[in-house]
Write a new protein. Sequence first.
Length: 264
Amino acid sequence: MGRVSGRSCIVTGAARGIGRAIGEALLDEGADVCFADINGDLVAEVAEANARRVHGNGAKVTHAQVDVADREQVRAMIGHAVDVFGKLDVKFNNAGVNRPMNFLDVTEDNWHFIMDINGLGCLIGMQEAAQQFIRQGTSGKIINTASIASRQGFDNVAPYCASKWAVVSLTQSGARDLAKHDITVTGFAPGVVATEMWEEVDKDLMQIGAAEKPGQAMQEFSAEILKGRVATPEDITGTTTFLASRESDYMTGQIVMIDGGMTL
Ligand code: NAD
């Protein structure tokens, strides 16, 4: 028996990076996993590779193309996972974007792009998962991806920080409002994790003159991390599997920091 055997989970932003690692770790511990992402081709490949990888261990794998900021698409994704697995137990709201800009240059477009996916996408994901748990008449877990940027500001990423503070707020408010339905809401806040997101962030930072070369920002952050290095996605998944498991049933409204001691 794995730590999450028989649990039916959806992970968004699961075509790569942290979301993919969360989904794979859940599968390894016996859960059924729907990998969901806006990148439909890539998430299909990831799901198929994982279906081959865990073939025979009893866990089911499926995938969905979804824009987390689009309620109809989120409903369709949940409907699909429930059709395949029979129920939903755990919903990870992990999809997120960052697009650095100098504070004075931040545009309405930049703000809406980031807030729609990271903020509104989290709200819609929470609401629709909660509605599914209520329809089923079961308890359920909602797990949100916050960030170290949920507790302090950083240079050139004001809308991203605002969106990740919103995730903490939604986690606390959701925990309060949904407790009566036996639904818990938790989150986790990674520090700096080496994923492809950083390749895109580096390009933007260089474009606005905030970095000279790729990898510079991550290198500078490393010096502030007690563990002496940035995280890998696998550094995050012990915690996310715990949050998805029955072991965390008495936790709600909390954000777990996984930052290697960066905030101390
Ligand atoms: P990533 O860019 O590698 O992966 C994000 C995934 O989300 C991609 O596969 C992308 O296609 C998908 N996505 C983007 N917009 C979407 C949308 N509208 N609907 C559905 N899917 C969408 O990023 P990552 O580093 O794996 O980050 C995952 C989460 O962790 C994000 O919420 C991010 O803010 C958060 N986070 C990352 C770090 C880090 O250092 N990498 C640190 C703290 C928090």
